[in-house]
Design a protein around this ligand. Structure first.
Ligand SMILES: Nc1ncnc2c1ncn2[C@@H]1O[C@H](COP(=O)(O)OP(=O)(O)OP(=O)(O)O)[C@@H](O)[C@H]1O
Ligand SMILES: [Mg+2]
Length: 214
């Protein structure tokens, strides 16, 4: 089973948005059996699943914040939505569970500063430091021609891990969120720019480079 967690100690950077859209990608675009494990007691990913209508491929929800995570039989991909403010032992425990971590970062001075601290801790956490859990960063809610995006770009480039893509700031994510779907399940004419921006991320997730070193 493929296990992918969306993680960043900073609140509101797009963890749930990336988790739900990634779950939709594997279920809709790749036809795989997907489970979405919500580690956040706010349960936003589970709320998204509740809004999801029966016409869309089923994604199984797991209330991981309540206790032990058991993936339903036949699960091929498990996407995990982490809560904000994780650190120390709790962070190490989350990292222990997964093959791959995706860290979204927003273009704002506060988010960049918080991400610098968080990445320092994450990259020295057991399994990550041994490359048994692989990490990539993603810029989220980007407006290309802004000074702060250039600052974020330079910061993410300076890290010793892959900076795989930048996702734009668009109402498409809000519209998708309302309906319990992902941008992949919306009209391509409306979402082609977003699909293009997701491509490098899903390509990295398919590659050996995102999977644990033996
Ligand atoms: N690329 C984007 N474009 C527009 N809106 C976005 C984008 N990414 C996230 N958002 C919006 O920003 C808000 C915060 O995103 P989200 O809930 O995914 O963050 P989070 O990291 O899960 O937050 P928390 O730490 O509270 O769990 C949401 O309202 C979401 O719809
Ligand atoms: Mg969230």
């Amino acid at each position: 089973m493929r296990t992918i967690m969306i993680l960043n100690a900073k609140g509101g950077c797009g963890k749930t948005t990336l988790a739900t859209n990634l779950a939709s990608y594997y279920a809709w675009e790749r036809g795989q059996q997907v489970a979405l494990a919500d580690f956040d007691p706010q349960a936003s990913s589970l709320a998204w699943l509740q809004a999801r209508e029966a016409q869309w491929p089923e994604i199984k929800g797991i209330a991981a914040f309540r206790g032990p995570v058991r993936a339903p039989k036949d699960t091929e991909v498990m996407i995990m939505d982490a809560p904000a403010r994780v650190q120390g032992a709790e962070l190490a425990a989350l990292v222990r569970r997964v093959q791959t971590i995706v860290v979204p970062v927003l273009p704002s001075p506060i988010d960049i500063r918080a991400a610098a601290d968080f990445m320092k801790e994450l990259l020295t956490t057991g399994k990550v430091s041994r490359q048994q859990t692989r990490v990539a960063v993603v810029a989220n809610r980007v407006r290309e021609n802004t000074l702060i995006y250039h600052t974020l770009h330079a910061f993410l480039k300076s890290l010793k891990i892959p900076f795989v893509t930048s996702l734009r700031d668009t109402q498409n994510y809000i519209r998708a969120e309302e309906k319990g779907i992902g941008i992949f399940e919306m009209a391509p004419s409306q979402t082609w720019q977003d699909r293009e921006q997701w491509e490098p991320l899903v390509r990295w997730l398919r590659s050996r480079r995102s999977q644990p070193l033996a």
